[in-house]
Write a protein that binds this ligand. Structure first.
Ligand code: ZN
Ligand code: ZN
Ligand code: ZN
Length: 274
């Protein structure tokens, strides 16, 4: 399975647009792996998870080729994961696409209803954008991948999802955005053994700062429990992502902090194959 991290920042990005804090000023100066756009992960070049307001930038400057993406999984409707107006650009006349070209989008009720309200304005183009409303614990196939949706602990107003993706004999957990996983999600995780686990590390080394996100301390306790329950082992790759600007998510600092615990900090443009 081939992963491409297009965006690894939290909702405001790093540097944050208007921010004059020291961290953001340094990130602007340093550039490179210290620039973090909003969330998106490519899987095997045909599947994309989350489509933020930065996706257009990922296409222009990050090597993302949306003409190849056939399936799109959305975790929840926050704008750093879901930009419906840009997804709807697959519809003619905004895009000229080959006969039979479709984009299948999977998401919760809020996500699919928002997309459907745009799609209804283009009745002849409906077939290009196919919507699949899913709920936590649904299993389905998306092209070459088997997907299981899990429940996140992230929003009260909608069912925010996490995803297990299986393909080519490998298994990935996409574990953002969420606070510590709910118990029914832990029960469902028992059906899998993971080759790669990606976790929400929004508040970095400041535990309990957000109620709806995790810190690195939470990531460590998830890793410990996964290992204890046999869901992960020596070969499992653990990756932290979705870092807020406030807590200095500079790539070198995070690498030093995480490496002793067997974690890799994601950065925009990072590729992983397992
Ligand atoms: Zn987010
Ligand atoms: Zn800042
Ligand atoms: Zn969110």
């Amino acid at each position: 399975m081939k992963l491409h991290f297009y965006g690894t920042g939290a909702s405001e990005g790093f540097p944050s647009l208007f921010c004059q804090c020291e961290n953001c000023a340094s990130a602007r100066k340093l550039g490179g792996k210290n620039i973090r756009t909003r969330a998106s992960l490519g899987v095997d070049e045909e599947l994309l998870i989350d489509f933020s307001q930065d996706t257009y930038g990922h296409c222009l400057y990050g090597g993302l080729d949306l003409t190849k993406i056939r399936h799109l999984l959305i975790t929840h409707s926050h704008s750093d994961h879901f930009c419906p107006a840009d997804i709807a650009n697959i519809l003619p006349p905004m895009a000229v696409t080959e006969e039979g070209r479709t984009l299948d989008v999977y998401g919760n009720a809020v996500v699919t209803e928002r997309l459907d309200s745009i799609r209804r304005r283009f009745p002849e183009a409906n077939g290009k954008l196919r919507l699949h409303q899913i709920r936590a614990f649904d299993c389905f196939r998306a092209g070459e991948h088997e997907i299981t949706a899990l429940r996140a602990d992230h929003m009260e107003t909608e069912e925010s999802l996490l995803y297990v993706i299986r393909g080519g004999g490998k298994t990935l957990l996409y574990g953002q955005d969420s606070a510590m996983f709910p118990e029914d999600t832990w029960q469902a995780l028992k059906d899998f053994r993971f080759d790669c686990v990606l976790l929400d590390c929004t508040s970095v080394d400041q535990p309990h700062h957000f109620q709806t996100h995790m810190s690195f301390e939470d990531n460590l306790s998830i890793k410990r429990r996964m290992e204890e329950e046999g869901l992960a082992g020596d070969g499992t790759i653990f990756i932290a992502t979705h870092f807020v600007h406030t807590f200095a998510p500079f790539h070198d600092r995070l690498t030093k902090m995480f490496a002793p615990y067997g974690f890799v900090p994601a950065y925009d443009g990072m590729e992983t194959e397992f």
